[in-house]
Design a protein. Structure first.
Length: 238
């Protein structure tokens, strides 16, 4: 497969699906040897591609179309009562934008998060090399947002800056603060940040209806999904 820009794409052999245990998956990657840029990444993100480190990919499964790219149109976002409580309960936190570089304090929080929340996944065990190769890219416009209570680091949100929005790459947080719902708060904060920057969307990656880990994304309404190469309102029966 070749884009009009001349960029080549490669499909992986079938592999175990990361979202559905009873499925195999195929992933489409942009040519890792081709030069990537923020401009090209913007174009590809419109068609459902995501970034993992320096690599650009999207699911390309022939027998399954369960993975849908989703985004929040931030100007239309309607906060729920529960989300409003989460927002209020975290007003003692300060948020700082810092460069997308390796920081030992960040990695230690990430490692704790993976060990506590994803010990059964392919990101376990965590390592510095895996952390860096997963979250950072040589060419991307990436920011890190630190969420702190006084001086204590509670969460980090990794966020790519796109032409028309922010892309929530990954968020990790202190698992001893479950009552704060920091994952929800980080999404709410990024919605507000996109509004402040006069951007249109917050991209949340992929949503899979039958994956419980993905359920939280439908709590942010309205939500749009990329269906047949068109961004359409996602109608989901809870």
């Amino acid at each position: 497969m070749t884009a009009s820009s001349g960029l080549k794409f490669f499909s992986t052999p079938p592999h175990q699906c990361s979202y559905l245990d009873d499925k195999t998956a195929t992933t489409l990657f942009a040519d890792p040897e081709a030069p990537m840029s923020v401009s090209l990444y913007n174009q590809l993100s419109h068609y459902g591609f995501r970034r993992s480190g320096n690599h650009i990919y999207k699911p390309q499964c022939f027998a399954c179309q369960a993975c849908l790219s989703v985004r929040i149109p931030v100007a239309k976002f309607q906060i729920s009562r529960q989300q409003r409580r989460v927002w209020k309960n975290n007003q003692d936190l300060t948020v700082h934008r810092v460069p997308a570089t390796y920081v030992q304090e960040h990695y230690e929080l990430y490692a704790q998060y993976i060990k506590n929340r994803h010990a059964d996944g392919d990101m376990y065990p965590p390592s510095v090399a895996q952390y860096v190769s997963f979250l950072f890219a040589d060419w991307s416009d990436t920011w890190l947002y630190e969420f702190r209570q006084n001086d204590k680091l509670l969460a980090v949100a990794v966020c790519d800056v796109l032409k028309n929005g922010l892309s929530a790459v990954y968020t990790f947080y202190d698992c001893n603060t479950e009552t704060r719902s920091l994952g929800t708060y980080a999404v709410l904060w990024q919605i507000n940040e996109a509004k402040r920057l006069q951007m249109d969307y917050l991209y949340l990656g992929y949503w899979v209806e039958k994956s419980k880990k993905m359920t939280y994304k439908t709590h942010f309404q309205p939500l749009e999904a990329l269906i047949d190469q068109l961004w359409l309102p996602l109608i989901h029966d809870k």
